[in-house]
Design a protein around this ligand. Structure first.
Ligand SMILES: Cc1cc2nc3c(=O)[nH]c(=O)nc-3n(C[C@H](O)[C@H](O)[C@H](O)COP(=O)(O)OP(=O)(O)OC[C@H]3O[C@@H](n4cnc5c(N)ncnc54)[C@H](O)[C@@H]3O)c2cc1C
Length: 439
């Protein structure tokens, strides 16, 4: 590996994120890195993984100075742009390896328990609520995958409730769905408020600098990085940079970026809530992969998330947003004909770091450089716990959870371009077509 690398591919999270823009208390001005600093630990990336790692470092090494650098504002990153499901169970239960799914569930639950503890002790107002989640299907293919999920939950010994069309309508208001399943262990929340709250609640030995992109890294002892306004030297570096990790010289040809898109309505009026019916505060995961995720929030907004696009440069063309919003509007009207006057106030895109085999890169990437990379689109619980575990690994701890974490395989090699691009785009198109009315 080259000793010094210029980081050319930087995150460009725009300000369109509806969760960030509807927070009752706006984010204070960013603390930007200035001048040359030395620290015991440098963490790059302030999403769930980086914040989890930094907090665990502070617990284990309270006298060490920990610096976190992020290219943008916490809450404008994927950690603050997501659909707000903090998920305990694997989406797909691999019947051939139930023990692996049990380990993943145990780790996710440890992540959720940790988040619950920090949210409660620091009174983070992010509407953290154990509402569970509903997987709902409107097409035979989706129904089949939900039935398989139920079998997998039987194998794991996890509780669930199957829901028929009237039960789904009674819970969710919409009559689109014909078959569903409720699992009780998922938390729903406001992701930008959660991740900003986590950043605000960091222990005093951790300093967070935002709007401070790392533009150059020199590996060695110590590791040195440069930002536009300063630099940091530290003997140990933790990367929590998801797909941008390629720019740091790691995991090329093993991870890739998908973008997905969300829209948020204005709050519904009392009359609209009555017309919708159903329960307050719910979340739907689609039965088919290419389908639509939905939330009805504590403040009576409806969120729609669908559409995936393959973006090797880890950015999307903002000109696409109008088309995406039109697609979200169609998905909304199909589900909620009783809400004809409700429109979207916010539409945004956000990135997911994906590997072909759902593998995670967890461990020492080079001497003194650690990483927990590739949360495969479900990073709230997974990122939190794997961040905590990478701090344990880097400080030489030994724990049952860390041993479990170390059993997961790394991301497999991806096909070479242009086959990779053709393959992923064709697959995404097919999944969207197959979702039919679940889109
Ligand atoms: C629309 C959408 C819906 C989603 N829904 C869910 C959901 O409901 N539940 C769920 O669990 N997950 C969901 N996800 C995925 C989830 O948001 C991610 O898996 C999670 O944010 C990953 O956390 P992370 O901390 O590892 O990485 P990120 O949150 O991506 O944070 C990485 C950080 O690294 C920083 N960085 C990168 N390069 C540099 C650099 N050069 N210098 C400084 N900083 C840098 C970035 O600015 C960023 O803040 C969704 C994602 C999207 C986009």
């Amino acid at each position: 590996m080259t000793a010094t690398i210029q980081i050319k591919n930087l995150p460009q999270d725009d300000r369109t994120n509806g969760w960030f823009n509807t927070m009752p208390v706006p984010a204070p001005p960013a603390r930007v890195l200035e001048g040359e600093q030395t620290a015991d630990w440098l963490v790059i990336g302030a999403g769930y993984t980086g914040l989890g790692a930094a907090r665990r470092l502070a617990e284990l090494r309270p006298n060490d100075r920990v610096i976190i650098l992020d290219a943008g504002r916490v809450g404008l990153n994927s950690a603050g742009r997501n659909a707000g499901f903090a998920i305990d169970l694997p989406h797909n239960v691999d019947m051939a390896d139930i023990a692996k799914c049990q380990r993943q569930t145990k780790l996710n639950r440890a992540g959720l328990a940790h988040l619950t503890e920090v949210i409660e002790s620091h009174q983070i107002n992010c509407y953290w609520s154990k509402r569970g989640k509903v997987h709902a299907a409107a097409v035979p293919h989706g129904q089949k995958s939900i039935a398989e999920f139920a079998k997998g939950l039987d194998g794991l010994g996890e509780p669930y409730t199957l829901l028929d069309a009237p039960a789904l309508r009674a819970r969710l208001g919409t009559s689109l769905y014909t078959f569903g399943i409720h699992t009780p262990g998922c938390y729903l929340m406001q992701p930008a408020a959660l991740v900003r709250g986590l950043a605000h609640a960091l222990p005093p030995s951790v300093e967070l600098y935002e709007d401070s992109p790392v533009i150059e890294v020199s590996y060695g002892q110590p590791v040195r990085v440069k930002t536009p306004g300063g630099g940091v030297s530290a003997p140990k570096l933790i990367l929590a940079t998801e797909a941008f990790t390629n720019a740091f010289g790691f995991l090329q040809g093993r991870i890739f970026t998908l973008f997905t898109f969300a829209s948020l309505t204005r709050p519904l009026t009392d009359a609209e809530v009555m017309a919708l019916g159903g329960e307050p505060d719910w979340g739907i995961i689609p039965g088919t992969r290419g389908g639509t995720t939905l939330r009805f929030t504590w403040d009576r907004r409806i969120l729609i998330r669908n559409s995936l696009s393959y973006e090797p440069q880890s950015r999307y063309d903002p000109a696409r947003i109008e088309g995406i919003r039109a697609k979200h509007t169609r998905a909304f009207r199909r589900r909620f004909p009783m809400l004809p006057d409700v429109t979207f106030e916010h539409t945004w895109g956000g990135s997911l770091c994906i590997s072909r085999n759902r593998g995670i890169s967890f461990g020492e990437l080079a001497s003194g450089v650690y990483g927990s990379i590739c949360q495969n689109g479900v990073g709230v619980a997974k990122g939190t716990i794997s961040g905590r575990m990478i701090a344990e690994l880097a400080t030489g701890q030994d724990s049952e959870l860390l041993s479990d974490m170390l059993t997961f395989g790394p991301p497999e090699s991806l096909p070479a371009q242009p086959f990779m691009g053709w393959g992923v785009r064709a697959r995404l198109k097919f999944e969207e077509w197959r979702a039919g009315p679940e889109m």
